[in-house]
Design a protein around this ligand. Structure first.
Ligand SMILES: Nc1ncnc2c1ncn2[C@@H]1O[C@H](COP(=O)(O)OP(=O)(O)OP(=O)(O)O)[C@@H](O)[C@H]1O
Ligand SMILES: [Mg+2]
Length: 225
């Protein structure tokens, strides 16, 4: 799901109907301008979790690569439904949650729009010095805006295990920012294989996802708050 940065030029707020703008659906923005940090993986899995909880979920795919939209299109029909915002049924469609998968390179006005929409912002960070450094300015921008927009922000260590060098580096990196680490999600083909079938971890038979699900516990509780 990686590739060259591609930011949608159309402000996505304008794609929301009047009813959707007024609708108190909870909006979760997944963002990090660094390409390949795990935004789409996190977005589709969060959407999958919420749908499996009986919530009505829409995904807004802001990336021109349309990986999240492709995932929705591939999703088996017998699984809990997730719609893309583009395909949702306009005024009549009131979703409980909107999950926004954002593109690499999101910045400026489009970043501002997305932040204003979101009650929760999750920033996936990959385990390399380069990724940490590339995420530094972005996390600072988010942290500076969070009081004004009354949103909560958390970080997820992607392709990372707790108590490893990478995890300690991330903890040190965040020590002064007061941003919580919501989860460490280890590197595994479970995410990759599930995505090929339009599935999230939460759609898999328990025995296939058991080890991964433990790592999601804190993040899922944070989402419910
Ligand atoms: N926990 C994981 N274990 C194994 N592979 C992972 C994991 N998380 C992400 N990946 C893989 O890493 C790659 C990048 O992830 P993803 O596409 O989610 O990043 P992204 O931030 O959306 O990328 P882009 O900036 O290009 O949109 C993908 O091939 C994805 O399958
Ligand atoms: Mg992506």
């Amino acid at each position: 799901m990686t590739g060259s940065p591609a930011t949608e030029s159309v402000p996505y707020c304008s794609r929301l109907t009047a009813s959707q703008r007024k609708n108190p659906m909870k909006t979760i923005l997944i963002a990090n301008p660094k390409g390949g940090s795990g935004k789409t993986t996190l977005s589709v899995n969060i959407a999958g979790y919420l749908a499996n909880q009986g919530q009505r979920v829409a995904l807004l795919d802001l990336d021109r690569q349309k990986s999240a939209s492709l995932w929705v299109a591939t999703r088996p029909r017998d699984l809990p439904e997730i719609v893309t915002l583009e395909s949702s049924r306009g005024e009549d469609c009131l979703n409980d949650y909107l999950v926004i998968d954002s593109p690499a390179g999101l910045h400026g006005k489009n970043l501002g729009h997305a932040i204003r929409l979101a009650q929760k912002i999750i920033v996936p960070v990959s385990p390399s010095l380069f990724d940490l450094n590339a995420s530094r300015d972005f996390l600072k921008i988010l942290n500076d805006k969070k009081e004004a927009h009354k949103c909560q922000i958390g970080v997820v260590g992607m392709r990372m295990n707790a108590r490893t060098h990478a995890a300690i580096a991330l903890e040190n990196f965040l020590a002064e920012s007061n941003l919580p680490i919501l989860a460490y999600l280890r590197e595994t083909q479970v995410y990759v294989n599930a995505a090929f079938e339009g599935k999230s971890l939460f759609d898999l038979p328990h025995h296939l996802a058991e080890r991964e699900l433990e790592q999601w516990e804190f993040l899922l509780n944070w989402l419910k708050k």
